[in-house]
Design a protein around this ligand. Sequence first.
Ligand SMILES: [Fe+2]
Length: 279
Amino acid sequence: MLGYFNWQRGRKHVHNRQVVDLMVADIKRQSPDQIVVTGDLVNLSLEEEFHGANAWLQTLGLPDRVTVVPGNHDAYVPLEWSKSMGVWQDYMSSNETGSAYVNHNAAFPFVRINGHIAVVGLSSAVPKPPFIAAGRLGAEQLVELSTTLHKLGRDGFFRIVLIHHPPLPGQNRKRKALDDAKALKQILCEQGAELVLHGHNHTDMLQTIETVHGLGHTIGVPSASAAKAGHRPAAQYNLYKVDANGRAEGCTVTIRGFDPAEQQFRELRTFKLDTELKT
Ligand SMILES: [Fe+2]
């Protein structure tokens, strides 16, 4: 009920389906190989919302091209898996090559491998009391993540970790932060990850971390449905180009954002990440 009032008072004046549709059309014009979505597809976690979000995902692409991890709004209240985010299971599961790198008894982390790129999906989505938008991975998922990152690093993959909440300590106020960010950071530093992509803060963020393998980067995007810029940016998404020869060539990021005056998406800037590893 509180979430509904929150939507009526503020969020519905910011988030707009038309902006999302324009973004999807713009993404398709760029024809990326893979699309990743870092959560908060629904608002109140009503059963109907999960089916609506699944219909939207199908417009984005088939599950072999689109990967999703859930956000705190996707677990706003406790619901059966099959009646909630389980509806999107095809978008949140390992592919055949990736399944060799995970524990099959757990839904997360899952791994999808395409060429030399491994996408690792995490869930920080857990129901929380009113006014708390924090997330948690939990000890079990963290242990599995450590093993998975180790194996993927050993086999030379460019590792992209997906998580809804900003992954590092201090990236949000406690009531909106990842509870176990300190433990996650330690695993990222010890095992390495070339990129960690997240959402949740509704703003663009970039932070580097020193890992045993060299520099890793955590990158956050603004909401995909924000119709106007206020104290947070209007909608954006990022295009990542990872060199086919491997990690040493680095990764180019192009930020495309919604221009409220023109009512369309346009390129905001392009830059190269220094993802070269020491090995
Ligand atoms: Fe969120």
